[in-house]
Design a binder for this molecule. Structure first.
Ligand code: PLP
Length: 375
């Protein structure tokens, strides 16, 4: 792999490496698996990977749509030159509707009163607003109740809001043996049939997130909406990622200090770790200010070996116990997420230590971490 920037101790002391080739291939694998169009979901700074390069790689991999949570994210994609269709999956304030029209951004409709307010803005501004209706089938979040969808669509016919799509979202698609997703699909299909018989069915139907792509082919319809999967992560830590999907993220740092401390030396705030003998202690310039968590019992890779983080994680540093890697020296590479030699730390391993899911780990990667893109 060739990274666009040569990184050395003089460039960065910590950075993220993102494999755009893996990302492109993951998008292509989703297309192969589903046979549908792909909306690359790249909200929250592309799951922390960096919005613009991720969007470009997804498009190169075959994605024809980008999905985001907020209109500001959609506008940032347009400024970055992304010309695919873009759907704002979440709430769009009515005052932003003129910008949505100008930049050809599609909004989600999940509330009839809000849609009325949108209509007023569309009429004042002129033009046509493209929209997808979001339907509640079991997520208990934003969708419209199924029984109001037909009258709602009928009322919008011949209005300047053009409803070109309809979608729903699954609550438990990461549970292949639960009835929950098949039930949601059944409720959605009943609605789609009803709309079809009344000539009201929008052109583009979609429902599948990453977990549904892996577990429920009946959810594919015209378009699928993967996020986690295209970043090369498993939407459910209990189910391993199929081998054709590749991890995209590596988090590295360099040792900025290596020294021996005598027995009895407290390490970091609160001296929660005290050396028991003479010990070799390294420092990496990473802390909770980077989105690393201040929890105990963590490991990183140094010299191809797992080593323990000792003492409390600070805002900008943490300390490593290096007795097992006596050759470790200032400038050596440390891996927090990813491979080193034959060892590997997955995002899921880190998520498990933090009592959370891989999604939250990557979304928390701080802005100040340089992101280096390779292909
Ligand atoms: C975030 C999101 C997705 C993508 O979810 P993944 O589990 O990352 O694939 C799809 N659809 C909606 C509505 C979302 O909010």
């Amino acid at each position: 792999m060739i990274y666009l920037t040569i990184v050395d101790i003089n460039t960065y002391s910590t950075w993220l490496e993102i494999d755009l080739n893996a990302l492109k291939q993951n998008v292509a694998e989703v297309i192969k698996m589903t046979g549908t169009d792909v909306m690359a979901v790249i909200k929250a700074n592309g799951y922390g990977h960096g919005m613009r390069p991720i969007a470009q790689a997804c498009v190169a991999g075959g994605a024809t749509w980008c999905g985001v949570a907020r209109i500001e994210e959609a506008l940032a994609l347009r400024r970055a030159g992304i010309s695919t269709r873009i759907l704002v999956l979440g709430f769009t304030p009515a005052s932003k509707i003129p910008e949505a029209i100008e930049h050809n951004i599609t909004v989600a409709l999940f509330n009839a009163e809000l849609a009325q307010t949108y209509l007023e803005y569309v009429r004042i501004h002129g033009g046509t607003l493209r929209a997808h209706v979001k339907v509640e089938t079991g997520m208990g979040r934003l969708g419209m109740p199924v029984e109001v969808v037909a009258p709602f669509l009928r009322a919008l016919k011949n209005s300047p809001i053009q409803v070109e799509g309809i979608f729903t979202h699954f609550a438990r698609a990461d549970e292949p043996n639960s009835d929950s997703t098949p039930n949601q699909i059944r409720i959605f299909n009943t609605l789609l049939n009803e709309l079809d018989s009344q000539g009201l069915k929008p052109e583009i139907v979609h429902s599948a997130n990453s977990a549904a792509i892996l577990n429920f082919p009946a959810s594919y319809y015209d378009l699928v909406r993967p996020g986690d999967l295209i970043m090369g992560m498993a939407p459910d830590s209990a189910q391993p990622l199929p081998p054709q999907y590749k991890p995209t993220l590596t988090w590295k740092a360099r040792l900025i200090s290596v020294r021996n401390f005598p027995a009895g030396q407290g390490i970091s705030y609160g001296s929660t770790y005290v050396t028991r003998k003479e010990e070799r202690i390294g420092v990496i310039p990473i802390g909770y200010g980077d989105g690393f968590r201040r929890v105990d019992n963590q490991q990183v890779l140094v010299g191809g070996k797992r080593v323990n983080i000792v003492g409390r994680v600070c805002m900008d540093q943490c300390m490593l116990q290096l007795d097992d890697v006596p050759d470790a020296k200032i400038g050596d590479e440390v891996v927090l997420i990813g491979k080193q030699g034959s060892e590997f730390i997955s995002v899921d391993e880190v998520a498990q230590r933090w009592g959370t899911i891989n999604y939250e780990v990557v979304c928390g990667l701080a802005e100040r971490l340089p992101r280096i893109y390779g292909e």
